[in-house]
Design a protein. Structure first.
Length: 70
């Protein structure tokens, strides 16, 4: 099984989600806009197109596109 390159981890109690690319932490996203910027900085300029592609992005421990803790 191939690992998904981008991981969007569970929302933190203070808000935001940790983002990893190939297992390396690239930052904390509080919105899709933040996530796209983190991906751009990690060398993925077309990040917006990848957000809903399960071959690229794994939303872990929370719903996709939700950044606040429940």
């Amino acid at each position: 099984m191939t690992r998904t390159p981008i991981g969007v981890h569970p929302p933190l109690g203070s808000g935001g989600r940790r983002v990893t690319v190939h297992g390396e932490i690239v930052g904390l996203a509080h919105s899709d806009r933040d996530l796209v910027e983190l991906l751009r900085r990690a060398g993925l300029p077309e990040g917006e197109r990848l957000l809903d592609d399960p071959a690229w992005v794994r939303w872990i421990g929370g719903r996709a596109h939700v950044y606040d803790a429940a």
